[in-house]
Write a protein that binds this ligand. Structure first.
Ligand code: 3NM
Length: 213
């Protein structure tokens, strides 16, 4: 994938695991969300009731297949082994996970995304060879219990002003009503969990976000 293709794929990035789906089948949620215009998917199986082992592998296999069928890049959060087992297109890592430079070296063919919360973290991630950055939290989020302090869209502006040219997505508390300032600040796209997974119609929610592009 070229960097321009990656920039486009990052426009509407759904991040999700079974704990975010309120008992609905994550495969059905993802199918509807892709129907509504989701352009990239990350399997992030975290929080109360998160699946592990064979159950996680089984769910990941179904989600991976759906992404393959629909032509949507499939990214795995944090778990390098799972990413390889599922033949993921990429890995997303946080500041508390394995160092980005090592992940980059170990997996030269994968898209590597890194969570960055300030300009210094963004600069280190660029130096480590990241392909894109997730910047958050943009707004208050109830999805990630250990989220940092709210940075707001201004952090994206600060990164752009500081010379960061890598594809950027904002994350944290974003929905169709609050995505505008994030894009205006210089983000290539938005990453969302609950705006889609907790919506009564994930498809309509995704359509509402896609209209912004
Ligand atoms: N990462 P919602 S915030 C997974 O700030 C994640 O790095 C964040 O969920 C960060 O769209 C977040 O429901 C949760 O607010 C985003």
């Amino acid at each position: 994938m070229t960097s321009e293709e990656l920039r486009k794929a990052l426009r509407l990035y759904l991040v999700m695991g079974s704990p975010n789906c309120g008992g609905a089948d994550p495969v059905e949620v993802l199918d509807a969300a892709i129907g509504g215009g989701v352009t990239m998917f990350q399997l992030r199986e975290k929080g109360p009731g998160a699946l592990q082992g064979p159950e996680l592998l089984a769910l990941g296999t179904r989600l991976r297949q759906l992404c393959r069928d629909r032509g949507v890049p499939f990214i795995v959060n944090d778990d390098e082994r799972l990413a390889l087992e599922l033949e993921a297109d990429g890995l997303h890592i946080g500041q508390e996970d394995a160092p980005a430079a090592e992940v980059r070296r170990r997996h030269p063919g994968l898209i590597v995304g890194v969570s960055a919360h300030d300009l210094a973290e963004a600069q280190s991630a660029v130096a480590a060879g990241a392909d894109y950055l997730g910047v958050g939290p943009m707004y208050v989020t109830r999805t990630k219990l250990d989220a940092r302090e709210v940075q707001g869209p201004a952090m994206i502006e600060r990164m752009r002003a500081g010379g960061i040219r890598l594809p950027l997505v904002g994350i944290g508390g974003i929905d169709a009503g609050s995505a505008g300032p994030v894009l205006h600040a210089g983000a290539d796209g938005v990453a969302v969990v609950s705006a889609i997974t907790a919506a009564s119609s994930p498809r309509a929610a995704a359509e509402g976000l896609r209209k912004l592009f």
